[in-house]
Design a protein around this ligand. Structure first.
Ligand SMILES: Nc1ncnc2c1ncn2[C@@H]1O[C@H](COP(=O)(O)OP(=O)(O)OP(=O)(O)O)[C@@H](O)[C@H]1O
Ligand SMILES: [Mg+2]
Length: 388
């Protein structure tokens, strides 16, 4: 997959910017706060309809402006597509997404049109933090290649919200209406099965790829890195039946707590080194290697599942890695289109062709300057997509 054009308008500290990226490496360097991550964020919006940051859509609209827009032209398997996202603060229809200039009705319609993997220093959280970080990692990956999975996630979440609301309402009732709870549980069972089965299948592939990558980076045959999917619904081999049974068994307790205490929303990705829980036993270096291996495995898994290489976004990761890991990463990503940010241009010694942009912020406006004009961009034209 190749992004042929990227446009930003009133997006964070960008006023109007259009660039035609290189098919290989695109390097953005500049001071802290200049606007490097904002560029990657815009690409993430075009891939998944939302930011990779945990911020609301409204914060992406340039201060003082009435809308923000970002867009990409993507080429994938000989097919060209145009994706544009427009964010409007304080309006009912806050987000409008166009695919080939037509407004999409469901987020699922855009899934997979642009696939990306983002690498960032926060990836260490995949090992160090709680299960929600790992579920998000799985969900973001699988949703990009499997629309059915993304739809099942949405249906499940909506059922879960309704079941939780009902539990809270029924708290303190002498005779709670379990029949109504059952309606939601039955509706959640189908999506739960899709989610669990697909996570199991993808984690098997990931585990294989991540273990191989881990061995390559660490150079230690005796260190065995494994990923396994941990779920409460694998007992009988029938996820729907297990799900309905566990929901029924948990009702009294869930009613007391006012939340649904088990479900795919509580499952986890177990990460182990030589069969010991990494979170508890691994060293700093082992955690770094595992986090990088998981991301490289995600990149390879996406490519295997969709047949197309995803676009890679590397946000400030180079300075975090030691020389060996950095070289390993560089060799692994050589045939992907890559957007790399760093504060110092010398952070990255790459053999490959690349465009190098200097990013600076002048009076609160981000400016991009191509520093190796040997790789001149064709003159880009900023065309306003029709969001009306
Ligand atoms: N809605 C907005 N309107 C205007 N400016 C914004 C908006 N949101 C963020 N900014 C500005 O964008 C800048 C941050 O950009 P970004 O996160 O891309 O920086 P960076 O170059 O990645 O920095 P670092 O090297 O520290 O990671 C800040 O200066 C911030 O004030
Ligand atoms: Mg940044």
């Amino acid at each position: 997959m190749i992004i042929e054009k990227l446009t930003l308008r009133n997006f964070r500290n960008y006023e109007e910017t259009v660039l035609t990226p290189h098919e290989g490496v695109n390097l953005f360097f500049g001071a802290n706060g200049s606007g490097k991550t904002n560029l990657l964020e815009a690409i993430h919006y075009c891939a998944l309809g939302k930011s990779h940051r945990i911020t609301g859509d409204q914060s992406a609209v340039r201060i003082g402006e009435s809308f923000a827009a970002c867009g990409v032209d993507v080429r994938s398997g000989g097919v060209k597509r145009e994706i544009s996202v427009r964010l409007v603060p304080n309006e009912a229809a806050k987000k409008v997404i166009l695919l080939d200039q037509k407004q999409i009705k469901r987020f699922s319609d855009m899934m997979g049109c642009l696939q990306c993997v983002i690498f960032s220093p926060e990836d260490l959280g995949l090992i160090r933090e709680g299960p929600s970080v790992r579920r998000r990692y799985l969900d973001m990956m699988i949703s990009q290649v499997n629309r059915g999975y993304f739809i099942a996630l949405q249906q499940y979440r909506s059922g879960l919200e309704q079941r939780n609301a009902l539990l809270k309402n029924m708290r303190g009732n002498q005779r709670p209406n379990f029949g109504l709870l059952e309606v939601f549980e039955q509706a959640m069972a189908g999506p739960a099965e899709v989610i669990v089965q697909e996570r199991i299948r993808v984690v098997e592939l990931l585990s294989r790829l991540a273990a191989e990558t881990y061995r390559g980076i660490s150079g230690r045959e005796e260190e065995e890195f494994q990923a396994g999917y941990h779920s409460a619904f694998r007992e009988s081999g029938n996820v729907q039946e297990d799900f309905v049974r566990v929901m029924r068994e948990n009702r009294e307790e869930d009613l007391r707590l006012g939340i649904t205490s088990a479900g795919p929303h509580r499952d986890d990705l177990n990460l182990s080194l030589n069969r010991k829980n990494m979170k508890v036993y691994a060293s700093q270096g082992q955690i770094r290697t595992a986090a990088l291996s998981l991301k490289l495995a995600q990149m390879k898994a996406l490519r295997q599942m969709s047949g197309e290489p995803p676009v890679l976004l590397l946000d400030d990761v180079m300075s975090e890695l030691d020389k060996e890991r950095r070289m390993r990463l560089v060799s692994e990503i050589s045939d992907y289109q890559t957007f790399i940010t760093c504060t110092d241009e010398t952070d990255l010694e790459l053999e490959s062709d690349k465009r190098i942009y200097h990013v600076s912020s002048i009076n609160g406006k981000a400016q991009l300057e191509l520093t190796n004009p040997g790789l001149e961009e064709e003159k880009p034209i900023l065309k306003e997509p029709d969001f009306s």
